[in-house]
Design a protein around this ligand. Structure first.
Ligand SMILES: *Cc1c(COP(=O)(O)O)cnc(C)c1O
Length: 370
């Protein structure tokens, strides 16, 4: 699905020497590379505070802890996402309230959010799925009207631009009260291990987040809160410093591949190509097709026989996951999500394609469908 080895070859001398420097100076934790990355990412995103942490799941958990959400508080999120989004809500004994998604963008449906709000609702967690922003103008408007926090799960859309109705252009993850991201290797900005970060423009929230990631302490060995230990290590930060400079080029390479796929599949009535909403750019963390009357398993087997990877993100809606079964929900409650889980397929997308490979992938798909 990705070509991390090919990408590494192009930046190898820079990466190898940056890692060697850390091995030599032994500042493995909170070294200068971490500070440099924090500042570079703040500048790139145009956000006041970036707080690095250990992974994207921690970022979401820390955000909810920093907002002091209490057991029983309701958090509205999408039924069509990676499990981490709902997992941390459940871990903190908050109540996940699921809503359906838009059939074109796969992102959370603002009308459905509005209908799900109760007196216990405290926060909304939109996920910018597959690389494009959710409808943040509508989500922020709903949040302001009901005095709710918005935590953006930006693990898949770092670098995407949101074009607001007010004319401003802001980076995904910097529009809500808190944004969260992941630097898992296959993410658009991936390190060579685990990593994550939390963003906010609010000074008080930033301070609280820094306390939570650091064992709930502000003054060393005085613990005012129950916190966690969640750090980005210096080696990962060094890799990220090198890749952040190339993030926009990487997004361009992904868009090129997505465009190639779109053109190749435009005339095929069995495939619906990705739809980008008019208020966002798309950084194509995934290239996801919706199939019509296609035996997905057979298509995947055909591709595999030709040495082409494919994947289903995601095969099971959150409300039908065994660990998350809840009497409040049943099969049929989120028809758009349920239909997508049955029909989507994602093709390889990354930064290292050439036209020959793209042609091979697209012709292999079309050969099966004809
Ligand atoms: C990857 C991902 C996460 C979790 O990130 P980790 O770094 O793997 O913990 C959370 N939400 C979404 C939507 C993701 O894609």
């Amino acid at each position: 699905m990705v070509d991390l080895a090919g990408q590494y070859q192009k930046i190898k001398p820079e990466v190898d020497s940056a890692i060697a420097e850390i091995l030599t100076n032994t500042s493995f934790i909170n070294g200068p590379a971490v500070k440099q990355f924090q500042q570079s990412l703040e500048k790139y995103l145009g956000v006041k505070h970036v707080i690095p942490c250990a992974n994207g799941t921690d970022a979401l958990q820390v955000a909810m802890m920093a907002l002091n959400l209490q057991p029983g508080d309701e958090v509205i999120t999408t039924s069509f996402t990676f499990i981490a989004t709902a997992e941390v809500i459940a871990l903190l004994q908050l109540t996940p309230v699921l809503v359906d998604v838009d059939p074109d963008t796969f992102n959370i449906d603002p009308d459905a959010i509005e209908k799900a709000i109760t007196s216990r609702t405290k926060a909304i967690v939109p996920v910018h799925l597959f690389g494009q922003c959710s409808d943040m103008d509508r989500i922020m408007e709903i949040a302001h009207r009901h005095q709710l926090y918005v935590i953006e799960d930006n693990a898949q859309a770092i670098g995407a631009d949101f074009h607001s109705k007010d004319g401003s252009v802001r980076k995904a993850g910097t529009i809500g009260h808190i944004g969260c991201t992941s630097f898992f290797p296959s993410k658009n900005l991936g390190c060579y291990g685990d990593g994550g970060a939390i963003f906010t423009n609010d000074d008080a929230m930033a301070e609280q987040i820094r306390i939570v990631v650091n064992h709930g302490m502000k003054v060393r060995y005085y613990h005012d809160y129950v916190g966690v230990n969640s750090r980005l290590d210096s080696i990962q930060a060094a890799v990220l410093n090198i890749k952040l400079k190339r993030l926009d080029d990487y997004a361009e390479a992904r868009r090129y591949a997505a465009n190639y796929y779109n053109n190749a599949f435009a005339a095929c009535d069995k495939l619906k190509t990705p739809v980008t909403a008019n208020f966002t750019t798309h950084v194509f963390h995934q290239y996801t097709l919706v199939t019509h009357c296609v035996n997905r398993e057979k298509l995947m087997a055909h591709l595999q026989s030709k040495g082409i990877a494919s994947a289903i993100y995601y095969p099971v809606p959150l409300h039908l996951q065994k660990a998350y079964l809840d009497p409040r929900y049943k099969k049929g409650d989120f028809p758009v999500t349920e239909q997508l889980c049955k029909t989507v397929i994602s093709l390889p997308i990354h930064t290292e394609f050439d036209d020959e490979t793209l042609k091979y992938v697209t012709s292999s798909v079309l050969e099966f469908l004809k």
